[in-house]
Design a protein around this ligand. Structure first.
Ligand SMILES: Nc1nc2c(ncn2[C@@H]2O[C@H](COP(=O)(O)OP(=O)(O)O)[C@@H](O)[C@H]2O)c(=O)[nH]1
Ligand SMILES: [Mg+2]
Length: 194
C-alpha cells in the first residue's frame, strides 16, 4: 500500500487539469504551511514534492498519483502577502474553479500552521470547502515546534474558529520532521481507497 508515488503534472490554469476520473485528495492552505513536506514525509521520500524555503514560490497545482489509484493534489498556497494582488487573485480564483469543476475531490486536507491562528484566508478556504460540500480534515502542521501545552491551545483555537472540528476526527496533528500524525493519515487514506 502506498508504495508507488509518481509526479504526473503541474497545472497552471484550469484547462491543464487532468481529464480523468481518478479521485483526489486536495492539500490546501497558506503558503509555507508544510504541504509539500507533508507529501515527502508521508511517503518517506526526500524529493517527491518540491519544498521551498521561499514562501509563495510554488505556483501550480501539482498532481501526484499514488498506487495508480488516487491523486494527491498539492494546491498552491494562495494569499502570500509578498505577491501582487493580481497574482493572489489569480490563484484564489483558480483554486475556487478547481473545487467547482473537479468532481473527483474525495477529501481536502486543510493545513494550518499550529504556531499561528487561522487567518482570513483560512476562513475563506473553510467557507469554500463547506460551500462546495467537500469533506475536509484540518491538519495542524509543524507541531514539533510546539510544547504540549501549546498544542492544546492550538487545538482549542482551531475549534473556536471552526466549530465543526472535532479532534481525532476532522482535526489532526502533523509533523513532517517528527513522526507525528503519519500513521493516522495513512489509515484515513487506506480507509478511503482500499
Ligand atoms: N519544523 C518543521 N518544519 C516544517 C515542517 N513541515 C514543513 N516545514 C518547513 O516549512 C517550510 C515550508 O514547507 P513546505 O513544505 O515547502 O510548505 P508549502 O508551501 O505548504 O508546500 C520549509 O522550510 C519546511 O522545511 C514540520 O513538520 N516541522
Ligand atoms: Mg509547496
Amino acid at each position: 500500500m502506498f508504495e508507488q508515488q509518481k509526479f504526473i503534472k503541474s497545472a497552471f490554469a484550469i484547462q491543464d487539469l487532468p481529464l480523468d476520473d481518478i479521485p483526489g485528495i486536495a492539500l490546501c492552505g497558506r503558503s509555507n504551511v508544510g504541504k509539500s513536506s507533508f507529501i515527502n514525509s508521508l511517503f518517506n521520500k526526500k524529493y517527491l514534492a518540491k519544498t521551498s524555503s521561499t514562501p509563495g514560490k510554488t505556483r501550480s497545482i501539482n498532481f501526484y498519483l499514488i498506487d495508480n489509484i488516487f491523486y494527491l493534489i498539492d494546491l498552491p498556497g494562495f494569499g502570500y502577502a509578498k505577491t501582487s494582488k493580481t497574482e493572489r487573485d489569480y490563484w484564489a480564483n483558480l483554486i475556487e474553479e478547481f473545487f467547482k469543476k473537479d468532481k473527483h475531490v474525495s477529501l481536502a486536507f486543510h493545513f494550518i500552521d499550529s504556531r499561528h491562528k487561522p487567518t482570513e484566508l483560512d476562513i475563506k478556504l473553510n467557507s469554500m470547502l463547506n460551500f462546495f460540500d467537500i469533506p475536509f480534515v484540518v491538519i495542524l502542521s509543524k507541531v514539533d515546534k510546539l510544547k504540549q501545552s501549546e498544542i492544546s491551545i492550538a487545538k482549542k483555537t482551531a475549534s473556536d474558529y471552526f466549530p465543526e472540528l472535532s479532534f481525532g476526527d476532522n482535526l489532526l496533528l502533523y509533523s513532517a520532521v517528527k513522526n507525528i500524525g503519519h500513521k493516522e493519515i495513512l489509515k484515513r487514506l487506506a480507509g478511503l481507497f482500499y
